[in-house]
Design a protein around this ligand. Sequence first.
Ligand code: FMN
Length: 169
Amino acid sequence: MELLPEISGRFSVREYESTPVPRDSLERVIEAGRRAPSAKNRQPWRFIAVLDSEKRMRLQDACFGQEWVGDAPVCIALCTTNIDYKMPNGQLSYPVDLSIAVSFMMIQAGHEGLGCCLNTTFDEQDVKSLLSVPYSMRVVMLLTLGYTRASQPLLDRLPLDRVFSINHW
Ligand SMILES: Cc1cc2nc3c(=O)[nH]c(=O)nc-3n(C[C@H](O)[C@H](O)[C@H](O)COP(=O)(O)O)c2cc1C
């Protein structure tokens, strides 16, 4: 299958089947993140797949009750192992590195026939203590993963000529 239709047809999935995600699919999703580029190839990340249903319910609480966090059979916490490194442009690398990793994971998830939803609405301290994340590390985002139960309408994007230009702004 061509890649662009998979990317264009993706949407944030907030209703999941309870069917477990096959282990090999999960590992390919994580592998896609592991293969992602990062500044200076520092790979400042650790990915924690939460499968345990009780822990997922507690994650849901830490996400201010967003139900799909507990409903999805998998919730991946994308953590950074380095919060200090700045790129030559003066910007922190970890938000960029982790964002690329999650993008790769989301694309692979779609290719596996799985849905997912990126989530940054959580109390980081609660998630850290629940997952025993060391003090100096950060949980940057959560990615719910599972088979889609109900679709969401595809949301429009800004038109190409609004976001793209050649040679000048
Ligand atoms: C950085 C980021 C943070 C997000 N955080 C949340 C979130 O906390 N809860 C949620 O339901 N969706 C969250 N989303 C999903 C967005 O709301 C969604 O991607 C956007 O509305 C476009 O919809 P689509 O993914 O269905 O195309 C987040 C997406 C991004 C990129």
